[in-house]
Design a protein around this ligand. Structure first.
Ligand SMILES: [Zn+2]
Ligand SMILES: [Zn+2]
Length: 262
C-alpha cells in the first residue's frame, strides 16, 4: 500500500518529514508521499496552517534529502487549495518543481472555510447549508476543469461536522464527478473522516460507487498529521473500495500514473 496525503511541520503538523518517513517504514508502506498545504489566496491572505510559497525550494530539497536515506520511494506532493482566480499562477509556480503529484483541495467556499470549525455551520439555516454544499461542488467541478491537479482531496469534506447533504448523490455532486472523470483525475478515500464528527470516510460510499461507475481511479490516504496515522483505518478503507467495485489503486511518479492491484 501507499500513503500519499501526509502533512509535516512544513504546514500544519508538528512532525518533521524524516520522522513521518520513518513511520512509513515501520508501517511497511510501498510508497510514501508528502503533501503539505499551499494556499495562494486571491486576496493574498496568509494562513498559518499552510506552507508559505517562499518555502517551496526548501520543501522540495528536504524531500529529496530524506528520500535518499529512505527504504521506499518518497514522493513529492502538495495539497494546494483551488481558487479560480489564482489557479493559473499556482500551476506556473508548481511547474518549477519536480512534483510527483498535486492534490487539489476545496477548503474555501468563497470566504467560508468548510472544514475549520463547527460553529459557522451551526449558524446557518438548512437552506444556507445546502447553498454552501452547492457552491462546494461547483468549485470541485471547476477544479477538475482547470486540469491543474492529479487528484481531489477529501471529496465531500463539508460533511465533517455532521451537516450532510439532503440526498446521497445530488446533481451538483454528480456533475463534479463527471468533470473529474472528464479530466482524467483520481479521487482518494480519505480515512480521516472516520475520526471526525461525521464518522465517515470521504467520500461517502454512494459517491465512491458513482466515481467507480465513471472509471475514476482511487488512492487510499489517511491525511496524516501524526506519524501514528500514516495508515490509519486502511483496513476499512480497503473494504470500502472493494465494496464499491474497485480492484486497483493509482500511484504517481513525475505526474504520470500507474496502477497497483488492491
Ligand atoms: Zn485538506
Ligand atoms: Zn490534508
Amino acid at each position: 500500500m501507499d500513503s500519499y496525503h501526509n502533512h509535516t511541520d512544513f504546514s500544519d503538523a508538528k512532525t518533521p518529514l524524516a520522522e513521518m518517513v520513518a513511520a512509513a517504514d515501520l508501517a511497511g508502506l510501498d510508497e510514501f508521499g508528502v503533501s503539505d498545504h499551499l494556499v495562494l489566496h486571491p486576496e493574498g491572505k496568509i494562513f498559518e496552517w499552510a506552507m508559505p510559497p517562499e518555502r517551496l525550494d526548501e520543501y522540495a530539497a528536504e524531500v529529496r534529502r530524506v528520500s535518499r536515506a529512505a527504504h521506499r520511494p518518497v514522493r513529492l506532493g502538495v495539497e494546494a487549495d483551488f481558487f479560480p482566480a489564482t489557479v493559473a499562477r499556482l500551476s506556473a509556480l508548481l511547474s518549477r518543481y519536480p512534483f510527483d503529484y498535486i492534490i487539489g483541495s476545496v477548503h474555501f467556499a468563497g470566504d467560508f472555510l468548510v472544514d475549520e470549525k463547527r460553529k459557522p455551520w451551526e449558524n446557518l439555516n438548512e437552506e444556507e447549508r445546502q447553498a454552501k454544499w452547492d457552491r462546494y461542488w461547483d468549485l470541485v467541478a471547476q477544479l477538475a476543469r482547470s486540469r491543474a491537479f492529479d487528484f481531489v482531496a477529501h471529496l465531500d469534506i463539508p460533511k465533517k461536522f455532521g451537516h450532510r447533504m439532503t440526498e446521497e448523490a445530488p446533481a451538483p455532486a454528480l456533475a463534479a464527478l463527471d468533470a473529474i472523470a472528464e479530466a482524467g483525475m483520481a479521487v482518494e478515500i480519505n480515512t480521516s473522516g472516520w475520526h471526525q464528527p461525521c464518522r465517515e470516510a470521504y467520500p461517502a460510499p454512494a459517491l465512491l460507487e458513482e466515481a467507480r461507475r465513471r472509471g475514476i481511479p482511487i488512492l487510499i490516504n489517511a491525511d496524516a498529521h501524526d506519524p501514528a496515522h500514516v495508515t490509519r483505518s486502511y483496513g476499512p478503507a480497503l473494504l470500502l473500495a472493494r465494496l464499491a467495485g474497485y480492484t486497483q489503486t493509482v500511484r504517481f511518479k513525475g505526474r504520470r500514473r500507474s496502477f497497483v492491484p488492491l
